[in-house]
Design a protein around this ligand. Structure first.
Ligand code: ACO
Ligand code: OAA
Length: 378
């Protein structure tokens, strides 16, 4: 086999292969950019006051005007609660379960209670998932940790505030609401990343939306993908000073260990989401008077660039931003789910609109064909 073909097929993660078409998103055009339906993600983060605008853009194809947004927010508000049967299942999941497993189970159970019986219902199912995911996570969280059955309905005007209010039991400050809206916007969509591709493969079999989302959650859970925001926090938490971080990071690099929250499969120079969330992390660090986490994060960022030309991806400064808002580390990746469900579902809709089952081929590198020996001769 030619060397080039071998490189593409073995262990190369399909990098650079075009696996389908999309009109939802561009990643890494000119090395760094990210757009949703033609809008720069930084522009969306700055000018969309609520994440619901971005969800609407991805699912309904255009940015909503004020009347459309008001109606959409009201619709989602009415879908925030959970069925009693789902609450009962969540009450049986132990406190030490991984919250990503809770999300996967929650979505799966909702799929048994409110199944998608026809693709005509796809937008209803997607809206229902988006609206109810914060409660799925936080009903379980409060019950399993404190034995408390929270009210899953809040009057918060957006999902960002709803999430923080369910977590903390009170309405968030304006700054925290803004950060959460921006964070959900930054995480919403990212072309053919591993979890979205999982969802699209599932959709291509004409399976239901709950199955596509359940599978996608499983792919996002890993530390090479969405799980990196939690892994980055665990890394940062090991250090009390920037000097300590630099010394240990150098040793880790020598041992060829992966540094979580750095590098990217597509971006080569920078991840455009980083500068946005880093700016908010700095603001929040000032707010809480942090003198450790933010400086340690910046020292790691500088070292990684100086030594390896590796830059922080979306996950790295999300870790400190979430910590400063009092969000427990194991809930970081589930927040990613609450956002990325918009991208996943948009890709499922796109796949369904022009479907052929996704079924690539493998390059066989095993044994030549041979007879099965009788069991006495093996
Ligand atoms: C929202 C998201 O999902 S963003 C990604 C989140 N994931 C992480 O932060 C986990 C850490 N990062 C990584 O593991 C990788 O950078 C990935 C999985 C994101 C991308 O993987 P790849 O596309 O294989 O990376 P890439 O081809 O750019 O790697 C080039 C070299 O840099 C190294 N490298 C890449 N990222 C890192 C890192 N974070 N730490 C140390 N070395 C790294 C690779 O090991 C490779 O080295 P080699 O040439 O000696 O084999
Ligand atoms: O695109 C990728 O490979 C990973 C990523 O950044 C994302 O899904 O947000």
């Amino acid at each position: 086999m030619a060397e080039e073909k071998k490189k593409v097929l073995t262990g190369a993660g399909l990098r650079g292969q075009i696996a389908g078409q999309t009109s939802l998103c561009t990643v890494g055009k000119e090395g760094a950019g990210l757009t949703y339906r033609g809008y720069d993600v930084r522009d969306l983060a700055k000018n969309c006051k609520s994440f619901e605008e971005v969800a609407y853009l991805l699912w309904y194809g255009k940015l909503p005007n004020q009347a459309e947004l008001d109606a959409y927010v009201e619709r989602l508000k009415g879908m925030r609660d959970l069925p009693q049967a789902l609450k009962e299942v969540l009450e049986r999941i132990p406190a030490d379960a991984h919250p990503m497993d809770v999300m996967r189970t929650g979505v799966s159970v909702l799929g048994t209670l409110e199944p998608e019986l026809s693709f005509d219902q796809q937008l209803d199912v997607a809206d229902r998932l988006l609206a109810s995911m914060p409660a799925m996570l936080l009903y379980w969280y409060h019950f399993s940790h404190n034995g408390k059955r929270i009210d899953c309905m809040t009057d918060e005007p957006d999902l960002a505030g709803h999430f923080l209010a369910l977590l903390h039991g009170k309405s968030p400050s304006d700054l925290h609401r803004e950060v959460m809206n921006v964070s959900l916007t930054l995480y919403a969509e990212h072309e053919f990343n591993a979890s979205t591709f999982t969802g699209r493969v599932c959709a291509s079999t004409l399976s239901d939306l709950y199955s596509c989302v359940t599978g996608a959650i499983g792919s996002l859970r890993g530390p090479l993908h969405g799980g990196a925001n939690e892994a980055a926090m665990d890394l940062i938490d090991r250090f009390q000073t920037p000097d300590e971080a630099v010394a240990e990071l150098k040793a880790m690099m020598e041992r060829k260990e992966l540094i979580m929250g750095f590098g990217h499969a597509i971006y080569r120079e920078s991840d455009p989401r980083n500068e946005v969330i880093k700016g908010y992390s700095e603001k929040l660090a000032d707010e809480v008077g942090d003198k450790v986490i933010y400086p340690v994060s910046c020292a790691i960022e500088k070292l990684m660039w100086d030594e390896k030309k590796l830059f922080p991806n979306a996950d790295f400064f999300h870790a400190s931003a979430y910590r400063f808002m009092g969000i427990p580390t194991p809930l970081f990746t589930p927040i990613f789910v609450c956002s990325r469900v918009t991208g996943w579902a948009a890709h499922v809709f796109e796949q369904r609109a022009n479907n052929r089952i996704i079924r690539p081929s493998a390059d066989y590198i095993g044994e030549e064909q041979r007879p099965v020996p009788p069991i006495s001769e093996r």
